[in-house]
Design a protein around this ligand. Structure first.
Ligand SMILES: Cc1ncc(COP(=O)(O)O)c(C=O)c1O
Length: 428
């Protein structure tokens, strides 16, 4: 006989939840992007034609992971590689990551600077835990992915600084200088989710130098750390080559935590291998934190990732293919939207520069972003995410397009539906 647990549970679940959990957890929000994606899947299940441009993920049939990863995982499991890895990652993987950074970026950090974990998120959260106390000043720029959730969880005095399309949604050096005093943690992500833009190296250099100057002036007071979220760094257009702030201003190295993963560059979001490359004087603290969280990556995935990263030729081939597949989608979307703009329709987009995203704007008189999102979904079968989901809480007309889950052939018919929808909305 089994015990029916439901008979013993409170009937008013939300009141019971709020009584049980902390205030911080009560205030936690779920992902708005995932909520929209769930609604889209429900429409698809009803047989409606929807081009799903919402999730920052990949459809494995469109973007399979490199063969080498699959083989490496399978053979590691078969060989009995199934016990705990060290909490900062297998030495062979930490060495492979250090070699990869030296080979591709000219940054000689050494394996003692690397902490491996299950995707980028644990080191991202770990960075907040390492450097912030509740009430500390933290800074990020709008729009950006998920920073608000982490600021809330860590109860910091968070400053969101608004950027503009004219600067590709990145801050200016002046904005950074203004907000730097007393800041403990600054978060910058490039290539940027949700905009698909890449920070201008001259601006990044100015920002890195400003952080060095600020920290020199602080003396013994805690420094400002820079969380440099570069999970999309391998996915830039050739016209916008990636630069780390440490390449541009080596003196900033003591303050920079690089956040990286196989999730996006190798379409391997579900395999959960990420890492931080950071100053070695801080590495043991991150290692301890990841160990206590138990957020290490699975051992077979670590071994397979090490083999992949050591194989420069495989990476090069895969990267060329992947960028071609991304371009085939983003460029078609950008060209289609630009053609509509040229016809006088109230749409706009920023030419793609990196990652798997496109900034897309629709301006319709008297319509909120939510009105427009619903119109695009219901009339054009085009599912996109408003910038409100990236903490830009205004009806700016800006949306994120993400191409990882769509086939290239879905885009042209969707653009036709979009043009018809906008033409009708303007005429109405
Ligand atoms: C900018 C950025 N950083 C970090 C992550 C997290 O990556 P992971 O899935 O490896 O945790 C994402 C995922 O969407 C992202 O867009």
């Amino acid at each position: 006989m089994s015990i029916d647990i439901r008979a013993h549970l409170p009937s008013d679940t939300s009141a019971a939840t709020n009584r049980a959990v902390t205030e911080v957890v009560q205030g936690m929000q779920g992902s708005q992007i995932l909520a929209i994606a769930t609604a889209v899947r429900a429409m698809q299940a009803e047989g409606k034609q929807v081009c799903n441009l919402t999730v920052g993920d990949f459809k494995p049939t469109e973007f399979p992971v490199p063969e080498r990863l699959v083989e490496g995982i399978q053979s590691a499991v078969a060989a009995g590689q199934t016990n705990y890895p060290p909490s900062d990652g297998l030495p062979v993987l930490r060495q492979a990551i250090a070699d990869f950074y030296k080979r591709d970026l000219g940054l000689d950090y050494g394996p003692e600077s690397v902490v491996v974990c299950s995707g980028a998120r644990p080191v991202l959260y770990g960075t907040w835990r390492l450097f912030t106390n509740p009430g500390d000043k933290t800074v990020s720029f709008l729009p950006a992915w998920n920073v608000g959730y982490y600021a809330h969880l860590n109860q910091t005095d968070h400053h969101f600084i608004r950027t503009s399309p004219e600067t590709n949604f990145f801050p200016t050096v002046e904005q950074v200088k203004e907000v730097l005093p007393n800041t403990r943690l600054m978060v910058i992500n490039s290539p940027l989710n949700p905009t698909g833009t890449v920070i201008d190296p001259a601006v990044l250099q100015g920002i890195a130098q400003a952080i060095v100057d600020e920290n020199n002036a602080r003396g013994d007071a805690p420094p400002c750390m820079l969380m440099w979220d570069a999970v999309y760094w391998q996915l830039t257009k050739d016209s916008h080559p990636y630069k780390s702030p440490v390449q541009l201003v080596p003196e900033v190295a003591p303050y920079v935590i690089h956040i990286d993963a196989i999730s996006k560059a190798f379409a391997a979001t579900g395999l959960r291998v990420g890492w931080a490359v950071m100053p070695p004087y801080l590495q043991p603290k991150m290692k301890a934190l990841i160990g206590h969280m138990g957020a290490w990556a699975a051992r077979p995935e670590q071994l397979a990732t090490a083999a992949l990263l050591n194989d420069a030729e495989s990476i090069e081939t895969y990267n060329r293919w992947m960028k071609g597949a991304i371009d085939a989608r983003l460029d078609t979307l950008y060209d289609g939207i630009s053609a509509m703009k040229a016809k006088g329709l109230p749409v706009d987009a920023i030419a793609p520069q990196g990652a798997i995203y496109l900034s897309f704007r629709v301006k319709l008189e008297g319509k909120t972003n939510e009105d427009i999102r619903a119109l695009l979904l219901n009339e054009a079968g085009m599912a996109v995410v408003p910038f409100q989901a990236f903490d830009l809480n205004e009806d700016s007309g800006w949306f994120r397009i993400s191409i990882g889950a769509v086939g290239a052939e879905e885009i042209a018919p969707m653009l036709k539906r979009l043009e018809a929808t906008i033409t009708k909305a303007v005429g109405a």
